[in-house]
Ligand binder design. Structure first.
Ligand code: SAH
Length: 400
């Protein structure tokens, strides 16, 4: 049996907890004398010792754990994990049965009832992300649930927490038949090369699926496309398949070039017809202005924070300035796909950034479409941070 410790919730947190807010903040509970072990079961009570919820202890960013149940009779055991994972998988039946998509999120943390845990599916392979030592201690329960379902080639994992002591260099393999990487997955008929054995990045961000599709189907045809912060060039591939005249992918990471070539190649596209530039995006903007390069479609999807030799970029602070650069190299009537995964601000503020940048550049604009997380990235309504993705497709018009 796991150790269960009782924590008393401060009065000012009780209401939101009762409403379903899943994260246990350090300040939400009375100070603890000895820190519980990672993975300990925590029983949350009010000042009259009345049961509120039960969860697990696991340090992750600002939290010390996650609520898993509001039922006093429900224990934190394999049955609970099995129920949550089966429920999540049932919700994704449409994806499992899809003919043209076989890469998607099966379990999305607190959105599916277990904060700190995500599970992705890549053409028969499961990839588990563990965000704390605490949730990692439930590994057997999670594996058991996946084993009951069976029918997979292999399970891989990423430990996204600090491992104390020596960290055994491994290839993240857990069980099954080792894959030969890259494996090729399908997404709305687009192919992507994916690595599950090569560090934190797999080669594709599954949450942008709908955006890639709309770029291919609606915005790319005949266009000269610039994809900034291009990573493995997934948006460029979508644009090329949608009939773009040419794509230019810009990223400062050197591995970006072979990985982008690979993504074009697995789709039968001649990568020589496209440009792949290894450069700081901010330098590229200057270069493009100097050369008077203009694009019909510019995709901008920066990381929330980035530090390069020359500067640090923070989306919450620097997004408007980034957009002014983008506008400066976008043709009149051109389209900008502006995206951010920064959880610290919402869509309203993001649209404010767009307005600010357009005013500064004296252009008028129309937001043609907007996207948030796709349906497999289930979110928890009480925990708005989990709804992090914001994408606006904007058309700009220069005022003559
Ligand atoms: N848009 C991509 C994902 C971007 S991930 C996609 O949908 O697949 C963020 C990328 O930004 C990383 O590949 C990182 O190398 C790159 N990056 C970070 N700072 C940069 C900078 N200043 N200039 C160019 N690339 C940068």
């Amino acid at each position: 049996m796991r150790k269960e410790i009782t924590l008393q919730v401060n009065d000012n947190y009780i209401k939101q907890l009762r409403q379903g807010y899943p994260l246990i903040h350090k300040e939400a509970v009375k100070p603890i004398r000895a820190l519980p072990e990672e993975g300990a079961v925590v029983r949350l009570v009010d000042s009259n010792n009345r049961f509120l919820a039960r969860g697990y202890y696991g340090e992750q960013n600002k939290g010390i754990g996650w609520v898993l149940t509001y039922h006093e009779s429900e224990q934190i055991d394999s049955k609970l994990f099995q129920t949550k994972i089966f429920t999540a998988i049932n919700k994704r039946q449409g994806f499992f049965q899809s003919e043209d998509t076989n890469a998607f999120r099966v379990f999305n943390g607190e959105g599916d009832g277990v904060g700190g845990l995500t599970i992705d599916y890549f053409a028969g392979y499961y990839l588990i992300n563990w965000y704390s030592q605490g949730i990692y201690s439930f590994k057997n329960d999670v594996l058991q649930a996946l084993d009951v379902l069976g029918n997979y080639h292999a399970i891989y994992e990423k430990k996204r927490f600090h491992t104390k002591g020596k960290y055994l260099e491994d290839d993240d393999f857990v069980k099954g038949e080792r894959g030969e990487f890259p494996i090729i997955v399908k997404e709305n008929g687009i192919h992507f090369a994916v690595y599950l054995n090569d560090g934190a990045m797999t080669g594709i961000f599954l949450d942008q699926r709908d955006v890639r599709k709309v770029i291919r189907d609606t915005y790319a045809k005949g266009k000269d496309v610039l994809n900034t912060f291009s990573y493995t060039g997934a948006f460029s591939v979508a644009a090329a398949l949608g009939g773009a005249e040419q794509t230019t992918s810009v990223d400062l990471a050197k591995r970006s070039k072979p990985r982008t070539i690979e993504q074009f190649s697995v789709n039968g596209i001649d990568f020589d017809q496209h440009k792949i530039v290894i450069m700081d995006v901010f330098d590229y903007f200057k270069y493009a202005r100097r050369k008077q390069l203009q694009y019909d479609l510019v995709i901008v999807d920066p990381p929330s924070f980035a530090r390069s030799k020359k500067r640090t970029f923070s989306a919450a602070k620097d997004y408007p300035a980034l957009l002014t650069d983008v506008i400066s190299i976008t043709r009149n009537h051109g389209i900008i796909v502006a995206s951010t995964n920064n959880a610290s601000f919402g869509m309203k503020k993001f649209k404010g950034f767009i307005k600010q940048a357009c005013q500064k550049m004296h252009v008028t604009y129309k937001i043609l479409q907007q996207f948030q997380l796709p349906s497999d990235f289930q979110t928890n309504e009480q925990f708005i941070q989990s709804d992090y993705l914001k994408v606006c497709i904007i058309q700009i018009q220069q005022n003559k």
